[in-house]
Each structure stands twice: as C-alpha cells, then as structure tokens.
Design a protein around this ligand. Sequence first.
Ligand code: ZN
Ligand code: ZN
Length: 144
Amino acid sequence: MNPKCARCTKTVYPVEKLSCLDKAWHKGCFSCEICKMTLTMKNYKGYDKKPYCTAHYPTTKFTAVADTPENKRLKENTKKQSNVQYHKDFEASRGHYIAVTDDPEMKRAQRSSEIASQVAYTQHSSGQSRLGVQQRTANGLKIN
Ligand SMILES: [Zn+2]
Ligand SMILES: [Zn+2]
C-alpha cells in the first residue's frame, strides 16, 4: 500500500517518494508553504510538520530580553507586519497583488516601529553627548 502525498493527496510511488516530517511527499510536492519553492532534504526547514524555505521559516525573531508591556506591544506589531508580508508574498506569487499597507492598523504598527527606532537613536546620541560633557570637564580641570 503506497502512502498518499501530504501536499496533493495523490498516491506516492517509491520512485518519487520523499519521506519527511512524518509524511510522504512527491519530490515535486515538497515545497515551501509560503512561496511554493521546491525544497530538498538538504534545504528545507520543518515547522508544524510543514516544509518552509529558509526565508519563510516562521522563526521568533525577537527572543525575550525583557517582557515589558512596551516590548510585548512592539512584538505584536512586528508579528502583524510579518503576517501581512507573508500574505503579500503569497498573493504576489499567484499574480494577485493586494496592497494592504493603507490599513489603519498597519499604519499604527508602522508608526510605533518608527518611534522605537527614534527612541534607540535618542538613547544613543544622549550617551554620546554625556561623554562629550565629561571630556569638556576634564579639559576644564586641566586648565585650572
Ligand atoms: Zn504530491
Ligand atoms: Zn518560501
């Protein structure tokens, strides 16, 4: 009894069979869930028993450093943005490109990432100016 392909549900004969993620696949059916790029045993990444290419493997990009409410909110926004990106990629690959960036929720998410990078920048530059003040003080002492 030959197994059924996990993608197209047709029978997989031994010559074209690829066993992976506890399932059987036609070699040509073993492709990324998102972009449908054909994968091999060497370059696939399994997640939730489904194959993904390296680009679309659903990783947790922000490992929890500190789970402050602000961090959680930012993480949520980032997650929403990547889901939208996946959706766009998927639609684009099928030839139906749908612009979703004008969604009010998206705009809010984009704004908060902008604010986040501004905050990081401000912290950085204020650190530098503090250093500058210290140097000036040191110079002042030397003159005295
Ligand atoms: Zn198949
Ligand atoms: Zn992919």
